[in-house]
Design a protein around this ligand. Structure first.
Ligand SMILES: CCCCCCCCC/C=C/C(=O)SCCNC(=O)CCNC(=O)[C@H](O)C(C)(C)COP(=O)(O)OP(=O)(O)OC[C@H]1O[C@@H](n2cnc3c(N)ncnc32)[C@H](O)[C@@H]1OP(=O)(O)O
Ligand SMILES: NC(=O)C1=CN([C@@H]2O[C@H](COP(=O)(O)OP(=O)(O)OC[C@H]3O[C@@H](n4cnc5c(N)ncnc54)[C@H](OP(=O)(O)O)[C@@H]3O)[C@@H](O)[C@H]2O)C=CC1
Length: 327
């Protein structure tokens, strides 16, 4: 009798021996991504400006048996980007994956946006992503290959109230396509984007409540898409932009628009049961299956009844009573 052999892709050690840099990995989507990657065997380096957040996340991951290191980094500084990547390669001998997750913006009607304000957000999101891609290519990936995922933001139909970020993110998506073509021949470098819609993360604390597409996404749902594209399971996928938005970008007004084809109150879409939800359901101090429970450090407030509060913003006011807010 012949045996059937099948070498399945999705294994517990999918990222074994991989060294992956996640920018903005101390909080939100980046933090969830770091957890997922470490749980699949990767050595994860999380880098951002605030070291305390990074240390907390690294500690969580280590408590769960994963490998995680922290590095201070401002992605807007090309010199720091090179230094961080060089330090990783000097220590580990490689950098097989890069998740450009760090980013953000402030809210402002286009009419009130200064050239400086526009430039600051483009520098952060577009230049910052370029800085890390370039450093990874020059230092390691150009010679050895690798996989890159850029976390952007749904900008398909424009982003009213965030002109600068929409322009920067559209730039990242286009840059991703070009790099997929130019860098593919360099040992099969792959580069893709994930475009989250409205995700219920710590990053939303300063944004108006808003929900055009039946429900918010979760950090886990964005992270899962990032991990898939980064992984060998996506070995023939490069140059794409994967929306993770519950189809809101397909509506006439997009994720951030003022109209919706969905009724938030009647949605049948269930949230992905991922890491964040397990924490919320499992109790903060409980021990589960011999593993120490991980405390949610900066869980967002529940965000509901969002649409009404957003309505006035694009006409020049703010939906939640103040101007754009800065973290
Ligand atoms: C729409 C609803 C959709 C509703 C839906 C919205 C959904 C969004 C979902 C997305 C969620 C996330 O991204 S989660 C990520 C959350 N985190 C963030 O967004 C924080 C990101 N912020 C930052 O990193 C920074 O603040 C950043 C934006 C890059 C600016 O940093 P800088 O240090 O360079 O800023 P500065 O040097 O102080 O200022 C540079 C110029 O920018 C201007 N500027 C800076 N902050 C400003 C502010 N809050 N409001 C106005 N203007 C500001 C200054 O006035 C300066 O211009 P002049 O005065 O002319 O000199
Ligand atoms: N939440 C949402 O609804 C959506 C989020 N996004 C995008 O997803 C990504 C993750 O966001 P989210 O998890 O929600 O929010 P968070 O605010 O939790 O994450 C943003 C991270 O980026 C880091 N960061 C910001 N600026 C810099 C910088 N100059 N250099 C290095 N790191 C920096 C921050 O750390 P520190 O301040 O310590 O540097 C923080 O960890 C962002 O690019 C965001 O714009 C896109 C669509 C929707």
């Amino acid at each position: 009798m012949s045996m059937i052999g099948y070498n399945s892709v999705f294994k517990k050690d999918l990222f074994k021996d991989q060294v992956i840099l996640v920018t903005g990995g101390g909080t939100g989507i980046g933090r969830c991504t770091a957890h997922e990657l470490a749980s699949l065997g990767a050595t994860v380096i999380i880098a951002a400006r605030k070291i305390d957040q990074l240390i907390n996340t690294a500690r969580e991951i280590e408590l769960l048996g994963g490998k995680c290191e922290t590095m201070a980094l401002n992605i807007r500084d090309p010199k720091q980007a090179v230094e961080v990547v060089q330090a990783i390669v000097a220590k580990h001998g490689k950098l097989t994956g890069l998740v450009n997750n760090a980013g953000g913006q402030f809210r402002s009607p286009a009419s009130k946006l200064s050239p400086n304000g526009f430039a600051a957000v483009v520098n952060l999101n577009l230049m910052g992503t370029f800085n890390l891609c370039k450093a990874a290519f020059d230092t390691y990936m150009g010679e050895h290959g690798g996989s890159i995922v850029n976390v952007t933001l749904d900008c398909r139909n424009g982003i009213p109230g965030m002109l600068h970020s929409g322009a920067a993110r559209a730039g990242v998506i286009n840059m991703t396509k070009t790099l997929a073509i130019e860098w593919g021949p360099f040992n099969g470098i792959r580069i893709n984007c994930v475009s989250p819609g409205m995700m219920m993360t710590s990053g939303l604390k300063t944004y108006p409540e808003h929900n055009p597409s039946s429900r918010m996404g979760t950090e886990s749902e964005a992270a899962a898409a990032v991990v898939f594209l980064l992984s060998p399971a996506a070995s023939y996928i490069t140059g794409i932009n994967l929306p993770v938005d519950g189809a809101s970008s397909l509506t006439c007004a997009g994720t951030y628009g003022t109209e919706t084809l969905f009724n938030p109150k009647t949605s049948l879409m269930k949230p992905y049961i991922g890491w964040l939800q397990q924490q919320e359901g499992g109790g903060e101090e409980e021990e589960t299956k011999g593993q120490p429970a991980v405390k949610e450090l900066d869980a967002p407030e529940p965000i509901i009844h969002l649409y009404e509060r957003y309505k006035g913003f694009v006409n020049g006011g703010s939906a939640n009573g103040g101007g754009g807010s800065k973290l």
